[in-house]
Design a protein around this ligand. Structure first.
Ligand code: OGA
Ligand code: MN
Length: 302
């Protein structure tokens, strides 16, 4: 049976049925998935039973993968493969983390609206998050359709932000939560990155807002003016009309297009329930300014 696409919302999220991602993907199914991924920006694959390799292999259909930023710490103890971001609330012994653990303080940043890896010069294109265990209450993931958010902007705002570039840094989003416990190696490994505030998606020609909690400044604007602009655009984009909430079931695999979405994790009782979700992350093809043909205000950092 070939893959079937079932819309969850009219234009933003769809479920993909009749497919087993643990098996090699027939070319027509891959074409169906790729086309659906361009039409929708969030795809849900229910009831998948995947090894780590099968999860990574599926993500590799979309391009080369990132390695986890946890590796920037010399004392890192990884629970999962280094090509996965461990988005769980578990320590390396598979136990629920402790209330004051560094891992917990850092990961709470996922509860702020963001797009993955915009703080890297080359950000993330697609993320494939696989749920190995899910709490009985809460822990949803919310997604914003940044195409719809862009389309709904007043024309004057579209003109104002056209060609603008924001500075993104992991330290900006973490500082919003009062978290500043980074090593010198981490600071050196993750310099701020410029990203276009409006992106054009090559596959569809659609424009979308491109922002995240990592964005702190806008090049060419005074700091407070830039911050206010970012905040007002984020408030606009995260209105409920643009949001799809994914309520996880164990063994769901969800992929999203970071170029045209925001996401955030919703609260749950993370000191009580295990939530084992792991993310394979596909790199974008280039920095967003380069893709938009805008001169980058910061030198390439890799
Ligand atoms: C992620 C992420 C939020 C969540 O995997 O990139 O931000 O709900 N996840 O776990
Ligand atoms: Mn994320």
């Amino acid at each position: 049976m070939s893959a079937a696409i079932w819309p969850i919302t009219e234009k933003f999220a769809a479920e993909v049925g009749d497919i087993d991602l643990s098996q090699p993907l027939p070319a027509p199914d891959l074409d169906t998935i790729r086309a659906a991924f361009d039409t929708y920006a969030v795809l849900v694959f229910p009831d998948q039973r995947l090894s780590t390799e099968q999860h990574l292999d599926f993500a590799r259909h979309f391009g080369p993968l990132e390695t986890t930023i946890a590796k920037h710490r010399a004392d890192a103890k990884l629970r999962v493969d280094e090509e996965l971001a461990d988005v769980s609330n578990l320590n390396e012994k598979n136990e629920v983390w402790s209330e004051t653990s560094r891992q917990r303080m850092f990961s709470l940043g996922n509860r702020l609206w963001h797009s993955d890896s915009t703080f890297k010069y080359v950000p993330a294109y697609a993320s494939a998050l696989y749920a190995r265990s899910i709490p009985p209450v809460g822990g949803h993931t919310e997604f914003v359709d940044m195409r719809a958010a862009y389309d709904a902007l007043p024309e004057a705002t579209k003109r104002r932000i056209n060609g603008l570039v924001a500075e993104h840094s992991i330290f900006t989003s973490r500082a919003k939560l009062g978290f500043t416990d980074f090593s010198a190696e981490e600071r050196a490994a993750m310099p701020p990155a410029p990203q276009a505030m409006v992106r054009t998606i090559p596959q569809t020609g659609r424009k979308c807002l491109y922002l995240a909690s990592h964005a702190g400044r806008v090049f060419g604007l005074a700091d407070d003016e830039g911050r206010e602009l970012i905040e007002s655009l984020m408030a606009h984009a995260t209105q409920r009309a643009f949001v799809y909430t994914h309520r996880w079931r164990t063994n769901d695999l969800v992929i999203w297009d970071n170029r045209q979405t925001l996401h955030r994790g919703a609260a749950f009782d993370d000191l009580r329930w295990k939530r084992d979700v792991q993310r394979a992350t596909v790199k974008d093809v280039a920095n967003s300014c380069e893709q938009e043909g805008i001169a980058t205000p910061i030198q390439a950092a890799g």
